[in-house]
Design a protein. Structure first.
Length: 452
């Protein structure tokens, strides 16, 4: 993000789960916001010092003071004031609100907060009304916020409703320019998996072109999350995924991921291609891996797409993104090597990427029948014109006298690591937050130029 200086703007954070806690770590280290106001919405422990205890220790990343200044650093939390509900973290005043979980009742206005990161994972529907009795992301605007960043993909509950015009999904370095400060009020930062996947897919689409990618599939081997159980427990009423109630310590657990839907919002070309997305939870606290498989129409069986070409695509792509977002590695990594790696959306495991090229045999008679159907009146296929051109070119070349034609196709398998908590996702969420805040600062200084 370049050199930054502290601004007078305050940052609101809703929630105190994993992403919220680590976002506070990010921002007290970054020193961009002058103050942080955190809404927990409930009492924590018996006193404010218990929140400080939670904030300064972490089982995955160690102590906050060591994260900031190394192993010899002293405590960085001071001035615990029970009356005001605040203390100072690395020089940044941080206030904790503990009375309401409904965004409409938080009263950001009282604390001078107009930019909020909602990291609860509970308010993901941008179409929900501000006065929804269960709470809504739009409730933050009632409380005084002007912009809200959601730390998860949107989920519109009413399937018949469109995405509101003032809501947008972005991944930093991929489509963050889609954010229009004059139009968008709610920004989804997608997910950790979507972020990594976008950085794995984009360089290949830029090189080969989306029209040559025939199919895509990905599996994320993902660290356990707080939605899982430490030990086996009985499912809640109406629960459909019984596996999440099984011990995360002892099991490899199949689950689902919304990365495919979110990817289409970030890289629109993927809507035509489509992608199958699967998720497997494994017993580690963070450090995840995406295995991406693409089928690419090749140009030659004698000089096909190979391992070296794929790796060179990623090597060159590193310099096309903001520094540190994409890393190409030829080392033999394991998941713990990725933990805490700053701002790395994806670490491509170059030594494991591989390809296989083969000839796909297409039955021309069936293909011709399909063309006739698609070109018939009322077939209603928007692709019929393009397919008709292919059909005529095949006939012109006399290929219809043969039963089969051969098309070279390469399957490429790419591996990408990501720290699904602090290193990748939270640091990039921090970049998204500061980028929006900086535009708000410009708007405050020159409202006519920015808002009209």
């Amino acid at each position: 993000m370049g050199e930054e200086t502290m601004v007078a703007r305050k940052l609101g954070v809703n929630g105190l789960g994993r992403i919220a806690k680590l976002s506070i770590w990010h921002h007290v280290e970054r020193q961009y916001f002058s103050e942080i106001v955190v809404n927990i919405g409930r009492e924590v422990g018996t006193r404010l010092a218990d929140i400080a205890h939670f904030l300064e220790k972490d089982s995955t990343y160690g102590a906050l003071n060591s994260f900031l200044y190394g192993s010899r650093a002293g405590r960085v939390i001071e001035g615990i004031d029970e009356k005001s509900g605040s203390f100072v973290v690395n020089g940044i005043k941080t206030t904790f609100l503990r009375s309401s979980r409904n965004p409409a009742h938080i009263d950001w206005r009282k604390y001078g907060v107009d930019l909020v990161v909602d990291a609860t994972g509970s308010f993901l529907d941008p179409a929900a009304l501000p006065d929804d009795p269960k709470g809504s992301v739009r409730g933050h605007f009632v409380s005084g916020a002007k912009k809200v960043i959601v730390s998860a993909p949107f989920k519109i509950k009413d399937k018949g409703r469109e995405m509101p015009a003032d809501a947008v999904t972005t991944v930093m370095g991929i489509n963050d320019s889609d954010y229009d400060p004059k139009k968008h009020l709610i920004v989804s930062n997608a997910s950790c998996t979507t972020t990594c996947l976008a950085y794995m897919v984009k360089p290949l689409l830029d090189y080969f072109g989306a029209e040559r990618v025939l199919s895509a599939a990905m599996t994320t081997v993902h660290a356990a999350t707080s939605s899982q159980s430490v030990l086996d427990r009985a499912p809640q009423a109406k629960a459909t995924d019984l596996r999440k109630t099984r011990s995360a310590f002892n099991n490899i657990i199949l689950t689902s991921t919304g990365a495919a839907k979110a990817l289409e919002l970030v890289i629109p070309e993927m809507k035509r291609i489509g992608i199958i997305a699967e998720s497997v939870r494994v017993p580690v606290t963070t450090g995840s891996l995406i295995i991406l498989a693409l089928m690419i129409q090749d140009e030659s069986m004698t000089n096909p797409i190979n391992h070296e070409l794929v790796n060179n695509i990623y090597k060159k792509a590193v310099s096309h993104f903001p520094e540190g977002y994409l890393i190409f590695s030829e080392e033999q990594n394991v998941s713990s090597d990725i933990i805490g790696l700053p701002r790395a959306a994806a670490v491509i495991e170059g030594c494991e990427n591989h390809t296989r090229t083969s000839a796909v045999h297409i039955d021309v008679e069936r293909l011709a029948s399909a063309f006739k159907y698609l070109e018939s009146p009322g077939a209603g296929n928007s692709a019929s014109l393009d397919l008709g051109v292919v059909s005529r070119s095949v006939e012109t070349e006399g290929s219809l006298r043969q039963r089969f034609i051969e098309v070279p196709v390469t399957q490429a398998v790419i591996y990408g690591w990501y720290d699904n908590e602090l290193g990748s996702y939270t640091n990039m969420l921090g970049d998204r937050t500061v980028s929006i805040a900086s535009l708000m600062e410009k708007s405050d200084r020159d409202p006519v130029r920015i808002r009209t």
